[in-house]
Design a protein around this ligand. Structure first.
Ligand code: HEM
Length: 90
């Protein structure tokens, strides 16, 4: 487990879209994951996975494979929890 979790606002999440040398983060079930290390392993490919980069991935994820246990698979990739826009501490 990560030693601590960041508090991530929607605008901060939007910056982490995998572009300009930044990692790609997504939010699933209120938890924020860095999906960049998982890109080479995604059975559905890089392009599909990165559609959820920098945004809430629940709709995209659940439309394709709602049965997949993402929190178990991405436990080492947890970086934060989603908070409201004004609630950032970083
Ligand atoms: C397949 C994990 C996000 C599209 C899979 C499979 C896993 C997985 C385990 C294989 C499922 C199976 O064979 O039953 C993940 C994880 C994600 C993620 C941990 C975390 C963000 C996404 C997103 C999309 C996507 C955002 C599309 C918008 C697909 C597609 C397949 C697939 C199309 C089917 C590949 C095939 O069978 O040919 N994913 N996925 N995935 N995923 Fe994802």
């Amino acid at each position: 487990d990560a030693p601590y979790l960041l508090r991530v606002t929607p605008s901060q999440l939007k910056l982490m879209n995998g572009r300009k040398g930044r990692d790609a983060w997504t939010a699933l079930g209120g938890m924020v994951y860095n999906i960049s290390p998982y890109v080479p392993f995604h059975p559905g490919g890089k392009g599909e996975l990165l559609r959820c980069a920098g945004k809430d991935g629940n709709k995209l994820f659940n439309d394709v494979h709602s049965w997949v246990n993402y929190d178990n698979m991405l436990s080492a990739c947890r970086v934060g929890i989603m908070v409201e826009e004004h609630a950032s501490t970083t």
